[in-house]
Ligand binder design. Sequence first.
Ligand code: GUN
Length: 282
Amino acid sequence: MSARELRGGPAADALLADARTRLSDLSATPHLHVIRLGEDPASVSYVRLKDKKAREIGLHSTVHALGEETSEEALLELIGTLNHDEHAHGILVQLPLPRHVSTEPVIAAIDPFKDVDGFHPSNVGSLWSGLPGLPPCTPAGVMAMLAHYGISAAGRRAVIVGRSNIVGKPLAALLLRADATVTIAHSRTPDLAQVTRQADLLFAAVGRAGLITPEMVQEGAVVVDVGINRVRGPERDRLVGDVHPDVATVASAMTPVPGGVGPLTVAQLLANTVRAAELQHY
Ligand code: GUN
């Protein structure tokens, strides 16, 4: 078998087209504020992409590029100012933060109605309770991609490898809501292959290049690779996923890396920003 390639671009375009339509129904243009501390190269490039794509679909976008040495107090003060600014509809603090800043209080300080990352405890609670709220971008983007390609999770066994707050756990909540039977495996799971072979839908989100090999995958499974790993090539670095390319010989459908889940994260962020403005009654 050679897996059908699930490319993220067309699914992301469909999400963006929907966000653009909803944008035209708003009385004011939503404004996204992205805060970045320090110069971590990956964060710099992700934030640049978010800003560029936001402008492309017609949102206002401001990047607050603060120094690495910015104090937690100063960051909390900026978040407080944006919380009270009626022209700031979405607030995102790029992670990871420098070591001297604690992530949890910073996320908890963001107004949940402006929390376009969906990381605030109130949005996490809403997600698990099935209440309306803002969902985390990567997992919600993955669900949008499955829907775009007509892949239903209902009644199917889903296995997620990885238990992060950004991907693994919220993805489990969304798959449960979509009526899948969900297992979360992680670095302490014994006999990982025995667990992953149960999956009709297999999601890899651990950040270990090539971790998932063909013998870990059930014939005909749908495999979604959320990993992005930089590996040294003979001439320059390459990006590879958590799923070994040979899995395509076993899976019925599979996302490439790059060009798979990646574009969905940014598209979902912009959809969340439009949603946040709607929630703020524009
Ligand atoms: N760093 C890596 N992924 C993310 C994300 O989805 N949101 C934020 N804020 N930071 C990240």
